[in-house]
Structure formats: C-alpha cells, structure tokens
Design a protein around this ligand. Structure first.
Ligand SMILES: Nc1ncnc2c1ncn2[C@@H]1O[C@H](COP(=O)(O)OP(=O)(O)OP(=O)(O)O)[C@@H](O)[C@H]1O
Length: 256
C-alpha cells in the first residue's frame, strides 16, 4: 500500500513543528526518515497515524486517512512507538495480543487464531521464552522487541516504526532489520521507520527522507541523501562516507 503525504503542517504547543512536509512511499518499499534530534521525525509518524491534528493530506492506498475510523486505520497501519507506555504487570504474551485488538469484536474475546499469531510473532522475534514474563521485568532491548512484536501481531500492510533498533545489541539489530526486510519482501509490507543510525538506514531502506527543522531537506536513495556535505549541514557532524561492498554508503565519524 502506498503512503502519500502532501503539504503536511503540524503545530505542537503553539509552535510549528512540521512545515509543508511531502513524501511518497511506494507500496512494498522501505523509507527511512532521518534527521537531527527535534527535527520532527516522531511527529511525522504520529501525524501519519492520525494521532495529531494537522493540515495537509495523508492518504494510504489512495484513501484519505482523515475519513477513516480508528479501527479501520489500525487494520491498515501498525505503529511501534519510541517510548510506549507499557502496562505494569502485563505479560509479554498479553501485550503482544493487544496487537490483535482491531480484529476482536466489541465485547468479544481473542480467538485461538489471534493467540496463535501472537505466539508465532514472539517465536520470530526470539521472545517465546519470555512470553509469561511481566513487561516491567525485561531489559530495554527485550522491551523494544516486544513493542515490535505487538505491531507485527497487528498484521497490517503498513508498518510505522519509531527508532526500532536504538536499545538493541548488534545481533538483535540485524535480526530485527532482517525480519522487517523479510516481511516486506514476502508479504509486500510498506515500511516507514525513523532511525538515527545512518549507516543502518542506508543499508536497509530503499529511500531516505532527511528532515531538518521540520522541513524535508533531502529525499532520495541512500547514496543521494547520505553525503558528507548534508551530514555536516544538518547534523553538524564531520563524517567519512565510503561505498560499502554493495555500493551503499558507510559512514564513520572523522576524529580530529
Ligand atoms: N507535545 C509537544 N508540545 C510541544 N512541542 C513538542 C511536543 N512534542 C514534541 N515537541 C517538539 O517538536 C519537535 C519535534 O519533536 P520530535 O519528537 O518529532 O523530534 P524527533 O525528530 O523525533 O527527535 P529525536 O531524534 O530527538 O527523537 C521538538 O522540538 C520537540 O521539542
């Protein structure tokens, strides 16, 4: 499913945070939204989900998001937030099962099918052994994978992931990125993720959108967006950019 955003303006606390943001994400593609702290990356994802009042147009698979009911949106798009509120005492399994909420009838209960999906997702994320553990008894990285598990259990065509790898060790970063990529290729998922690790963004995403000061400063392939000049201008960082074995850019900090 395509995601199209046109001329999006969002103000928070009376201050403009996103200004005239437009982007197009092709069905089955992966777009990474990058940018310095405070650029508006999380705000963009939350606006696309319909969680924030905004001006402009947002369409998913050509349908206007503003006209959809929350349940309908939740069957199209799943979201893994950066810092979710995790209910104290709830188990990993029950939290993952919350991803099935858009399919459970009002006043109804989850079905055996819903439970089987939750179990399968936990298996794929290496979390089956933690299924009965309360959320507040997990490490930061385990918690982050459980939040992703809930989003995957929603089985939507569009995945919006806010910083899905920040708390993960390198092995779990690879596991999560590969799993998302595999789902994208096998099930045609459309993925939009914010991400601070620019090399990781460039390795997995088809397209990058660089947000800076609430505006789109650059958009295109990783090679087009991840230039030494753009990183210097928008992040204030000096980096070396070298092509990796597959031609995608690898970034390293330049030490004085
Ligand atoms: N509820 C709010 N009220 C007022 N300002 C807000 C609110 N939420 C966020 N902001 C401001 O909006 C701007 C964009 O925030 P956002 O979280 O989208 O940035 P980000 O690019 O995701 O940053 P980071 O990389 O640090 O996660 C920031 O300046 C932030 O202080």
């Amino acid at each position: 499913m395509t995601v199209a955003v046109r001329d999006l303006d969002v103000s928070l606390g009376g201050r403009p945070v996103l200004k005239g943001v437009s982007l197009k994400v092709a069905a089955g593609s992966w777009t990474a939204v990058i940018g310095p702290n405070g650029a508006g990356k999380s705000t963009l994802l939350r606006a696309v989900l319909g969680l924030l009042p905004c001006a402009g147009e947002i369409a998913v698979a050509g349908a206007d998001l503003a006209a959809m009911k929350p349940r309908q949106r939740a069957r199209l798009m799943a979201y893994a937030p950066q810092s979710p509120n995790l209910p104290v005492g709830m188990t990993v399994f029950d939290y993952t099962l919350l991803g099935r909420s858009p399919y459970i009838p009002h006043l109804g209960r989850e079905s055996a099918h819903d439970r089987a999906i939750a179990r399968e997702v936990l298996d794929r994320l290496d979390l089956a052994g933690l299924a009965d553990r309360p959320l507040d008894h997990l490490s930061g990285g385990e918690r982050q994978r459980v939040v992703l598990a809930r989003a995957l259990a929603q089985q939507t065509s569009v995945l919006l992931l806010d910083e899905p790898t920040t708390a993960l060790d390198i092995g779990h970063q690879q596991q999560v990125m590969e799993l998302i990529d595999q789902l994208r290729l096998s099930d045609g998922l459309t993925v939009v993720t914010t991400i601070h690790d620019l090399t990781l963004a460039g390795q997995y995403a088809d397209d990058l959108v660089l947000l800076s000061g609430g505006r789109v400063a650059a958009a295109g392939t990783p090679g087009e967006v991840l230039t030494r000049a753009a990183i210097q201008e928008h992040f204030g960082a000096r980096v070396h950019v070298l092509p990796g074995p597959d031609g995608r850019p690898l970034l390293s900090l330049e030490r004085r």
